[in-house]
Design a protein around this ligand. Structure first.
Ligand code: ZN
Length: 474
């Protein structure tokens, strides 16, 4: 029995690992790589395995960097089931369809501009076909997905229905327990529960997106948000919030509802300018049994989510374009979260050169994305082929991230029982190494950082290194 590390071992996006037990092969996640155009071209490459030979997939959560290549897996020959939380299936229906629509749109654009053979990664039909192969589970439900492989999902507190996965694997009378973190949320974040405890494990695979950083504590984050809104009001500008459609958008709206009077939001028009975020918000609203106690109490007094009188759900393009007429007093939440496409780019074009406008970055910005360029302080950025000076006031509010910081990750690892081998994945190199050093110093844990193609023997916890030519070529 072994795990081969494949995606998200060298970077933050494109999560995918391969579990082999006897004659069975199971994938843990199958996500899209996100970043610059060159990096995203990797999404068109063949998989490093034959999809026909995959017997099952376990999906931790809906985010596209964990789920976005699943439709390709199905079109290229995968015939098994994808096991995930019920809520993730609902979110994937929205997310994968949107991912397909974007890809079809890009392919049409490329064909129009001379690339005759441009094809989408997958079509809307293929995305929906993939969702139909998903089998829903609940947290805490143990299910034998293949002989000798049992799966239990636990709440990871990252986005709605996000899970970390416990796999109990038996071969020749030997049993090993592997825990795969997926993405972990912050302890104490709004709406969702805290990540559950790991318990017994022989191997723990943990993400490390913010393994080298600490977020500001939540009360300070709230004070910071209130201050930004107050300043933006005084400056007579707009506020732009690039947000992931699933997770951040709902959390920001929830906080707006909770602090509506304190932040004087009645002076603003709030726009949720994303058809996908609007649909995802309805799903969030529907699954209130997955909320934490405080959010459920808050919801009990409401008839609709969120309780913001001046919230506009601008699903249609013409509604979105009308926002352009507002030069002040608009708070615009739009995707994509890393600013590398979507409606936020249109809003940036109208606002980024205006010093009276404010830009609030709430989520992780991958290398090679426009969001990363802005966060790193570029004075000029290219939007739809034209250069714009960055003059709006920039705020990075890490405390709103869907990912836990170093302390959250350590807190979670402390809930392990026994002395599992810890494997660090899903982070940029610096974050992984820093986190590895921290675990060594603080917890006396000698964690390993696998490279693409490295294999971990689950019986001995020994790592065999990949041949150099099996590594990704970037
Ligand atoms: Zn995620």
């Amino acid at each position: 029995m072994e795990i081969e590390f494949y995606g998200a071992t060298r970077r933050v996006t494109g999560s995918c690992h391969i579990l082999r037990v006897g004659n069975f092969t199971v994938l843990l996640d199958c996500g899209l790589v996100q970043g610059s155009r060159d990096v995203e071209a990797l999404n068109r490459e063949p998989f490093p395995f034959d999809p026909h030979e995959i017997d099952a997939v376990v999906l931790s959560h809906g985010h596209i960097d964990h789920s976005g290549r699943l439709p390709q897996l199905v079109t290229r020959g995968f015939k098994g089931s994808i096991y995930t939380h019920h809520g993730t299936i609902d979110l994937c229906r929205v997310l994968l369809r949107d991912s397909a629509m974007l890809s079809e749109h890009d392919a049409r654009f490329m064909r129009k501009h001379g690339h005759k053979n441009a094809e989408p990664l997958y079509t809307v039909d293929e995305a929906l076909q993939c969702v139909r192969t998903m089998t829903g589970m609940r947290y805490g439900e143990r299910r034998e997905i293949l002989p000798g492989i049992a799966v239990t999902l636990y709440d990871a507190g990252h986005i709605l229905a996000s899970a970390f996965v416990k796999l109990e694997i038996t071969e020749d009378d030997k049993t090993r327990t592997v825990v795969f973190s997926g993405d972990l949320g912050q302890y104490g974040s709004p709406i969702l529960n805290d990540p559950e405890a790991i318990g017994e494990a022989d191997t723990v695979i943990v993400e490390s997106t913010y393994g080298d950083r600490l977020h500001r504590d939540f009360d300070k984050t709230l004070a910071e948000l209130g201050e930004i809104i107050e300043n933006a009001c005084r400056d007579c500008g707009n506020i732009l919030i690039p947000a992931f459609s699933i997770g951040r958008s709902q959390e920001v709206l929830y906080l707006f509802g909770e602090h509506y009077h304190e932040w004087e939001l009645d002076k603003w028009q709030v726009f949720l300018d994303s058809p996908m975020a609007i649909e995802a918000s309805r799903i969030y609203w529907h699954y209130d049994e997955l909320w934490d106690a405080e959010a459920r109490l808050f919801r009990r007094h409401l008839s609709c989510m969120p309780p913001i009188e001046n919230l506009h759900l601008t699903g249609r393009v013409e509604q979105s374009m009308k926002i352009n007429e507002l030069h002040q007093g608009a708070i615009i939440i739009a995707g994509s979260g890393m600013c590398n496409g979507g409606r936020i780019v249109h809003h940036l074009k109208r606002n980024i050169e205006r010093p009276e406008c404010h830009l609030i970055i709430t989520g992780f910005q991958a290398e090679g994305t426009l969001g990363r360029e802005i966060v790193e302080g570029s004075k000029e950025v290219s939007l739809h082929g034209r250069m714009y000076r960055v003059q709006a006031q920039l705020h990075t509010v890490g405390g709103l991230s869907a990912h836990g910081d170093r302390n959250d990750l350590v807190h979670w690892l402390k809930t392990r029982a026994g002395a599992p081998q810890v494997m660090i994945v899903h982070g940029e190199d610096g974050a992984k190494q820093s986190f590895q050093g921290f675990l060594h110093d603080e917890l006396a844990v000698d964690a390993l950082i696998p490279k693409p193609g490295d294999r971990l023997d689950l019986l001995s916890n020994e790592l065999s290194l990949a041949e150099p030519d099996t590594e990704e070529n970037t």
